[in-house]
Design a protein around this ligand. Structure first.
Ligand SMILES: Nc1ncnc2c1ncn2[C@@H]1O[C@H](COP(=O)(O)OP(=O)(O)OP(=O)(O)O)[C@@H](O)[C@H]1O
Length: 578
């Protein structure tokens, strides 16, 4: 239990204070519960003793009603406070985790499935809130009440107190075992839940492909398998806890028969009077019912405590390091010096890459698929850090810069445009939060998308589907260029996408890109070589090495890969025109 408490304390941090009120109120409730219990015992004792009067009946009734009212008030105060604090804690935890996840190296997302992250941000945090606001307080109340009941048992009859203590001591290891099982198999079941979430996300994202290949329904085996394994792990969890829970319940349920046998025996031997006998029986009933609650609460708390462990694991992931007092970026050349990089140890992706890009110039990256072009862009934006060598901007090593500051200086247009499920205006505004409508329309015009946006029934207020599903590829692309334009960042990183567009769209996108690239430090991944003929510098990558460099003319003169590709693409164009 110590471990679970430690985990909860570490995750809760200063939120641990939220526990104080529910715990104090729960203990108070346990005391009042005990008061009601005593009033009932007295009533029964007096009824049996034949000394019950109307005055006493009135007195006990008033006491019981008052205690009931106070408990009801306490309960509603506690309940509303707990709901309020619980929602607050969840929101804080989610925001803090979201912030933390944003600061992590992209390598973290390679190692961890989306399902694991989603279940940490949803189920784990909700479960943690449940621990903090309900389960722990309930556990403490049960323990407090049981301790009081046991104390009374000793006061009424030390023999019964001793028997009840021995039974509880025998039952405790069983309870701990049920908790250990809950922790072990609960962890596996939680991992299964993560896998199911991953598969569902995969299924929804790929629904078009799955339909095309008739892989929907029962045929999407990976989804089915994840459901089956979740079912198995859930059953295993229940079955692993059950023997210990049942044994615990069996041993603790003996507390009541022990009272039923011992109380009359002690009474007959003259060791206790009628009142004590009745009190003993009532204590037996309460104690065994408290133990039954404890038997289910303890493994539940252990299961929920696992959520704290998952949250902590994510929080302990080290963010990208940077120096708080790093020099401010004011000059925006980009220099790669002898850069080596590998996503996985022993699999080099870039080797000894050196080049520089001056402000106001354009450098194009070309080369076969998998040669490392996107990786170069990812290193400039610090999605990853180099393994060897350095990348500097304005003379500063980018590893000293906070990722937020760095990406603030960059406008990035990816091949796969992601638009939020929001209005077109807000999607453009992502580039400059708080931008006015005039600014948005100005950049939309420059990005050649004002016309088609204005033609939509709701214009800039049109809500696009998540990922931008309701727009064409070219339209999404131009909106993403408008978003980059409004950011007006000094460095522009482009993954050019004209290959899948028709001629009109391509022309429009090029006009939009010209506006975006004007006077900036531009690095562009080019798939169609005819689009980069005017670039100041062209770097040809081959298996992570720069194999050719120069401008269009110089590379043609080198008569290497670039010259060959230009001639092939020219031939292909001639054929398509013919
Ligand atoms: N996140 C990743 N984890 C592991 N390996 C990766 C990752 N991203 C890319 N790679 C590998 O690194 C190599 C370079 O990939 P990169 O995407 O930089 O190539 P590229 O030249 O941009 O290719 P393309 O033109 O097809 O987009 C490839 O072998 C690729 O499989």
């Amino acid at each position: 239990m110590n471990y679970t408490f430690k985990m909860i304390r570490r995750v809760a941090g200063k939120n641990i204070k939220s526990l104080y009120l529910p715990i104090v109120l729960s203990c108070l409730d346990a005391l009042l519960h005990m008061g009601m219990f005593s009033a009932m015992v007295l009533t029964i004792i007096e009824l049996i003793g034949g000394i019950f009067t109307v005055q006493k009946l009135t007195l006990y009734s008033v006491i019981l009603v008052l205690l009931f009212l106070v408990r009801a008030i306490l309960f509603s105060v506690n309940y509303t406070q707990v709901q309020y604090r619980g929602a607050d804690i969840s929101a804080q935890q989610r925001l803090a985790l979201g912030d933390h996840i944003r600061s992590l190296n992209l390598g973290y997302f390679n190692k961890n499935s989306i399902g694991r992250l989603m279940s940490t941000l949803t189920t784990d945090i909700t479960d943690f809130e449940q621990v903090l606001t309900h389960s722990l307080a309930s556990l403490i109340k049960v323990l407090f009440f049981s301790a009081l009941a046991l104390l009374f048992a000793f006061m009424v009859s030390w023999q019964y107190g001793l028997i009840a203590t021995v039974l509880i001591l025998i039952a405790f290891p069983l309870m701990r075992l049920s908790g250990a099982m809950s922790q072990k198999y609960g962890g596996r079941q939680r991992a299964s839940v993560s896998r199911v979430i991953s598969r569902i996300v995969e299924y929804i994202n790929g629904i078009r492909t799955f339909k095309l290949y008739n892989m929907t329904g029962e045929k999407f085996q990976r989804l089915d398998d994840s459901f089956t394994s979740l079912k198995k792990d859930s059953v295993k969890l229940e079955l692993s806890i059950m023997p210990f829970s049942i044994s615990f319940s069996f041993v603790t349920s003996l507390i009541l028969p022990a009272a039923l046998i011992l109380a009359p025996a002690l009474y007959q031997s003259g060791a206790i009077d009628t009142q004590r006998m009745i009190a003993l029986l009532m204590i037996g009933v309460s104690l065994s019912s408290m133990m039954a609650t404890l038997g289910s609460l303890y493994p539940e708390l252990k299961y929920l405590g696992k959520a704290a462990e998952n949250i902590l694991q994510t929080r302990q992931e080290a963010p990208l390091p940077y120096r708080e007092e790093a020099a401010q970026l004011s000059f925006f050349d980009v220099i790669f010096s002898h850069v080596d990089f590998a996503y996985e140890m022993g699999v080099p992706v870039l080797r000894d890459v050196s080049f520089s890009v001056k402000p106001g110039t354009t450098t194009a990256l070309v080369g076969p698929s998998g040669s490392g072009k996107t990786t170069i862009i990812s290193l400039i934006s610090r999605f990853w850090d180099v393994s060897k060598g350095s990348v500097t901007i304005g003379g500063c090593d980018i590893r000293e810069q906070s990722p937020d500051v760095l990406t603030g200086k960059m406008a990035i247009v990816f091949q796969d445009v992601y638009l939020l499920h929001d209005t077109i205006a807000n999607n453009i505004r992502v580039g400059k939060p708080g931008a006015s409508m005039e600014e948005i329309i100005a950049v939309a015009k420059a990005a050649q998308c004002h016309e088609f946006i204005s033609a939509l029934p709701d214009g800039y207020d049109t809500v696009v589907g998540e990922g931008g599903n309701t727009l064409s590829g070219g339209e999404k692309q131009r909106i993403s260029i408008a978003r980059a334009l409004i950011k007006d960042a000094p460095i522009v990183l482009l993954d050019e996408t004209t290959s899948s567009l028709d001629a009109d769209n391509e022309k429009e996108i090029h006009r939009a890109l010209d506006a975006l690239m004007k006077d900036k430090t531009v690095i562009v991944i080019a798939h169609r070589l005819n689009t980069i003929i005017g670039a100041d510098q062209i770097l040809v990558l081959d298996k992570g090495i720069i194999s050719e460099r120069g401008n269009h003319k110089e590379l043609l003169a080198q008569n290497g890969w670039y010259a060959r590709m230009i001639s092939e693409q020219t031939k292909a164009r001639e054929w398509s025109i013919a």
